[in-house]
Design a protein around this ligand. Structure first.
Ligand code: GTP
Ligand code: NA
Ligand code: MG
Length: 293
């Protein structure tokens, strides 16, 4: 991409952390809805992705069903994350899945911001969790390290503005950029066959602009974008620029979580590429096609 075509894009931020430390509740609180209440057993089963705006700037958040999804996606080289928010419940401190989340984020090479959540609970000692963090090479900035720690409460709303501001500051340091005028490419977060509605895929556009009518290949699926909707409001979208999550219809079969997509100009070519990926391992077909397109 030409330098002149690049514009600043919203950082894509993934919530990681131990089960029940408040990843979904934080995202709910940030956007003012309540998904947690409707979750079976209070356990997240789906990947959610929404864009939140603050002072005219956007942050795209991804809430995962747990660290397995993140590992899986990273293993496929389809990591969409720019910044990891490590959610640590102040009463529990660092737990086994927190440790795994730390190693995944470190392996992905993305900056880590800690949300010391449930800070509303009486009698919690933030020093304890911060000491544990230090033992995992995450030294809080208030102790002279380079890890930003924000005390949050999804219940009272404490620290949510500060969390957004911290993420925007990290984004400023890294200057995430994209070219909205190129053909879109990105990643599928999840997809399913929904009866008469056909395949519904949740995609994040990483670069370029995706439009209704575009022809795309995503893993071993392909199709023409029939409709796109905003992941939060379900409002119909004609186009989606960099860092935008969308729900999309028009693909022939559900792509896998972590499958990359790109836009082509020819439906026959799209069908052929998708078909060539149906046999053999994903890695083989991915590398085989990447060199072709
Ligand atoms: P999984 O998706 O199952 O890994 O959990 P999660 O990390 O998304 O946690 P979730 O948002 O489901 O929250 C777990 C429980 O903690 C729920 O009962 C929430 O109401 C509660 N909770 C979350 N955040 C806070 C908080 O800041 N303060 C208090 N007191 N409770 C919280
Ligand atoms: Na939960
Ligand atoms: Mg959850």
């Amino acid at each position: 991409d030409e330098e002149a075509d690049l514009v600043t894009r919203a950082p894509i931020v993934t919530f990681l952390g131990h089960v029940d430390h408040g990843k979904t509740s934080l995202l709910d609180a940030l956007i003012g809805i309540n998904v947690v209440k409707g979750e079976a057993g209070g356990i997240t089963q789906h990947i959610r992705a929404y864009t939140v705006e603050k002072d005219g700037r956007a942050v795209t958040f991804v809430d995962t069903p747990g660290h397995e999804a993140f590992t899986e996606m990273r293993a496929r080289g389809a990591n969409v994350t720019d910044i990891a928010v490590l959610v640590v419940a102040a009463d529990d401190g660092i737990m086994p899945q927190t440790e795994e989340a730390i190693s995944h984020a470190k392996a992905a090479g993305v900056p880590i911001v800690v949300a010391l959540n449930k800070s509303d609970l009486e009698g919690v000692d933030p020093m304890r969790a911060m000491t544990q963090m230090t033992e995992h090479q995450l030294t809080p900035s208030e102790w002279g390290g380079d890890t930003e720690v924000v005390r949050t409460s999804a219940t009272t709303g404490m620290g949510l503005d500060e969390l957004l501001e911290t993420l925007l500051t990290v984004a400023d340091l890294h200057e995430y950029r994209a070219n909205p005028s190129r053909k879109a490419l990105g990643v599928c977060l999840e997809a399913e066959q929904q009866g008469d509605r056909g395949v519904i895929a949740k995609l994040v556009v990483q670069n370029g602009t995706l439009r209704v009518g575009d022809i795309l290949v995503c893993g071993s699926s392909h199709g023409r974008v029939r409709a796109m909707t905003d992941t939060l409001t379900n409002a119909p979208l004609q186009e989606a620029g960099p860092s935008t999550p969308v729900n999309l219809t028009g693909l022939d079969i559900p792509p896998g979580a972590g499958d990359r997509f790109h836009v082509l100009s020819d439906i026959t070519q799209a069908r052929e590429i998708a078909a060539s990926r149906e046999h053999g391992s994903r890695t083989e077909s991915l590398s085989g096609v990447t060199t072709k397109v």
